[in-house]
Write a protein that binds this ligand. Structure first.
Ligand SMILES: [Zn+2]
Length: 140
């Protein structure tokens, strides 16, 4: 193998690696919802993983779920407890909606955003493209 061939090969490998990296960083995956039913209550066992991934206040996310389900909810340790039987896909659907309303940048669709407050107005600031947009809802 000549030096040029070797360099070409190196570049090829390098391109492939950066391509793979780009793929994984742009895809956003929520953890799998892990629940358990007991009597008339739903124990959401890995609730705490969601606020971490979404980078939002667990209290606000719990309030959001509670409001959408129209049912009381409590947060204890890593778990959240809901009155009534809830299916995992119901939680997933709500998280996806929350993601669109409170996390995703409206400009570039990146989930890498943070919340900023000034004068009672809540803003969504995108760390990917720098866009700043106001948030209408109260659950961020
Ligand atoms: Zn953006």
């Amino acid at each position: 193998m000549t030096k040029t061939e070797y360099e070409k090969l190196l570049k090829k490998i390098h391109d492939k690696v950066s391509e793979t990296r780009k793929d994984t960083s742009s895809r956003f995956e929520l953890p799998k919802v892990d629940i358990m039913w007991q009597g008339n209550r739903t124990f959401f066992r890995n609730f705490s993983e969601f606020p971490k991934v979404l980078r939002r206040d667990p209290e606000k996310i719990l309030q959001y779920l509670s409001k959408e389900f129209a049912t009381p909810a409590q947060y204890t340790g890593d778990k959240a407890v809901f009155v009534g039987k809830k299916e995992p896909h119901e939680f997933t659907a709500l998280f996806n909606r929350y993601l669109k309303e409170y996390v995703e940048c409206p400009t570039c669709k990146s989930p890498d955003t943070r919340v900023e407050r000034s004068n009672r107005v809540t803003f969504l600031v995108c760390e990917a493209c720098g866009a700043k947009s106001s948030l209408k809802g109260q659950y961020a």
